[in-house]
Design a protein around this ligand. Structure first.
Ligand code: AHR
Length: 503
């Protein structure tokens, strides 16, 4: 049995938990939009054609922001194709995903859906094939109250109130050779700077996200962030991070330590942003929008034969429909731990993505919608992580990994909400074969009681929820949790994720 000791001191604060940490992402990709959130013929479709069962699941997930409409898709997207009378909307080639885009859903419909799920819309502009003018146009359409051609067009299309979108992404993954219009950091940085300045002339208070590297493995990682920020520092609020993880060659030891990589990634980007801050003598701090993160079996996607003839590109094909197992969900829960641990600098994040495409929610056309294993850690963390993130020192044994160096066998984070008096602890046991006794010295919290303890684990770490077994994996109450004399003790099964609440 592994032993892990933790001391919680509510005075040791990392930073406030921004609700935007629990954002997600809807891209026009595969069946995320069409046959995902939107399926007009479905028995549970509402008057707008949106699936009510999906809306209920999204609400249950506790998603704060939703990034839209891409992703790689946005770098070839013409936003105006998606507004106005549906029968007049063009059908376009989507070069990113070799699909046919019908434009049945666009900004107005998506804004209606966002209101139904009670989330905040975060909008990405196309800086791949387009530029400053189109970004200004969509801002005018979305946010200007009225009295201009584009704002009046929105009103004529049925949206009398502006959408007041606060967060805008200046393109997507512009360092990636797969991206339409991908460029050097200098060229992209200049375009992002010009676009940001123009957008700010309409509204100086917008919150702007400039593209960082599309992963820490990119050849220009670090240089990209520095050069882009040197040009945009005064104009933007966030730099983006994107990271996806999967087990490579069956190396589950490394996979379970993916959050170590995420921690290092965040620390590097913070260091680079602060380097530029220092060089400029600026008193402004750039934070991170970790606006794509997840487990993603890239290797499965690489095996898919792409249809080369554009005449044959399908509408909403089944793409990136990864089925998540228990071990995937444990890694996923650990990634959330990493984000919370950096709450002082990661002030927005988007789980990529939300429905069907590398998603916590799956649907069948005309059929059910169900929760993948990853749904549970997200929903519970979003619900319980309130107030501030606490700085922790965890005393526990570690192990060596092929890919991420030394990793502790147990990893945890805690949050404390002074208002409700609740403290939440999120913890994973990364060991493949040993349980861990997790001992938390909670004496500094004063008189507290144990409110709940739930774990995600299974004898079969590859167990998953599927169409034919939608409830195979669920959260289980952790009956081992005990609080006595200010000390919490809980047994963490091998490859498990646990959330404990004290009040
Ligand atoms: O989320 C899937 C894809 O991953 C996004 O379109 C892109 O931004 C990233 O490479």
């Amino acid at each position: 049995m592994i032993t892990a000791h933790l001391t919680i001191d509510p005075h040791f604060v990392v930073g406030p938990i921004n609700r935007r940490l629990f954002g997600s992402f809807v891209e026009h990709l595969g069946r995320c939009v069409y046959d995902g959130i939107y399926e007009p013929g479905h028995p549970r479709a509402d008057a707008d054609g949106f699936r009510q069962d999906v809306i209920d699941l999204v609400r249950g997930l506790g998603v704060s922001t939703v990034r839209y409409p891409g992703g790689n898709f946005v770098s070839g997207y013409r936003w105006e194709d998606g507004v106005g009378p549906r029968e007049e909307r063009p059908r376009r080639l989507d070069l990113a995903w070799h699909s046919l885009e019908t434009n049945e859903i666009g900004l107005d419909e998506f804004a209606r859906w966002i209101a139904k799920v009670d989330a905040e819309l975060m909008y990405a502009v196309n800086l791949g094939t387009r530029g400053v003018q189109e970004a200004l146009d969509v801002l005018e359409y979305a946010n200007v109250r009225g009295g201009t051609t584009l704002s009046q067009q929105r009103i004529a299309n049925g949206a009398t109130e502006p959408y007041d979108i606060r967060m805008w992404c200046l393109g997507n993954e512009m360092d990636g050779p797969w991206q339409l219009g991908h460029d050097t950091p200098r060229a992209y940085g200049r375009l992002a700077m010009k676009t940001a300045r123009a957008l700010r002339q309409v509204d100086p208070d917008l919150e702007l996200v400039v593209c960082g590297s599309s992963s820490a493995q990119m050849p220009l990682f670090g240089t990209w962030e520095r050069v882009v920020l040197e040009q945009t520092y005064d104009e933007v609020d966030f730099i983006s991070c994107h990271a996806y993880y999967e087990p490579i060659g069956g190396d589950y030891g490394s996979f379970l330590a993916s959050a170590v990589n995420m921690d290092n990634f965040i620390d590097s980007v913070v260091a680079t942003a602060d380097h530029v801050k220092g060089m400029r003598g600026s008193d402004k701090t750039i934070n991170i929008s970790f606006d794509e993160w997840n487990v993603w079996y890239h290797s499965r996607y690489a095996e898919v034969d792409r249809i080369t003839d554009p005449q044959e590109w399908p509408v909403a094909p089944r793409l990136l429909e990864d089925v998540y197992s228990v071990v995937d969900a444990v890694v996923f829960g650990n990634l959330l731990i990493s984000l919370i641990r950096h709450a002082d600098r990661v002030t927005a994040a988007s789980l990529a993505q939300l429905v069907n495409v590398i998603a916590p929610i799956m649907t069948e056309p005309g059929g059910p919608a169900w929760k993948q294993t990853t749904y549970f850690p997200f929903a519970v963390t979003s619900k319980l992580a309130r107030g501030v993130a606490l700085e922790l020192k965890l005393d526990c044994p570690s192990y060596e990994t092929e890919q991420h160096g030394t990793a502790s066998l147990v990893d945890a984070v805690a949050t404390h909400d002074a208002e409700s008096g609740e403290t939440a602890v999120f913890v994973v046991n990364r060991s493949l074969d040993e349980s861990a006794e997790f001992i938390v010295d909670a004496a500094l919290l004063g008189q507290v009681s144990l409110v709940s303890a739930e774990s995600l684990y299974d004898d079969d770490i590859h167990a998953a929820n599927t169409l034919s077994a939608q409830d195979r994996v669920r959260l289980r109450p952790n009956e081992t949790a005990r609080l006595a004399d200010g000390e919490l003790r809980v047994i963490l099964p091998p490859v498990s994720w646990t959330a404990v609440t004290l009040r």
